[in-house]
Design a protein around this ligand. Sequence first.
Ligand SMILES: [Zn+2]
Ligand SMILES: [Zn+2]
Length: 205
Amino acid sequence: MSPAGDRPAEGGSRSDRARPPRRGRPFVLNVRSLRARPGTRQEVNLEGTLPGMFVSSARVPDDAAVRFDGYVESTLGGVTVAGEVTAPWTGVCRRCLEEASGELVAQVRELCRDPREAAGEEDEPYPVGHDELDLQPIVRDACILELPLAPLCSDSCLGLCPTCGANRNRDECSCDVSTDPRWSALAGLGPEAAEPSEPTEQEAE
Ligand SMILES: [Zn+2]
Ligand SMILES: [Zn+2]
């Protein structure tokens, strides 16, 4: 996998090209003037890396570009953040155990508030300061919630042969599960005894 930023510039100087991910705190906004005028809305397009986002089955690569596209709006109680978070992910296909990848898209809408005003409340809101709003916790939570728990390399992945373990996307094995004597011997024992030890697809979903 090669992030888009590594590709050489095609035409134009480097400074003409889209801004590279900002180092350090790519999801921090200055909201001082926005907060001074409740009701104001500002379009926001941010991109940066957020290392360390993963679940057991998939992750956003540490060097991948994570995007937020949406707006922030000043309200009397704080700042509303609304938009779309997108990021590439990689993981292990639950059927064939090869690498799987895709893009996650998460819709977010959160009211961020001054932590001092929300002190003692049961549901702690995302914080916003007088001058700064860091969208990182919102973007991070959205990505982690959206990562696939049971990834597939493709909807049509054929998985592994239960008898010989061949990857049926690549190799045609000669096994015929329906007439395999090891399976027919179990046929009369009821569904529990015949159940394979591997989790079925339904369970994984
Ligand atoms: Zn697969
Ligand atoms: Zn086989």
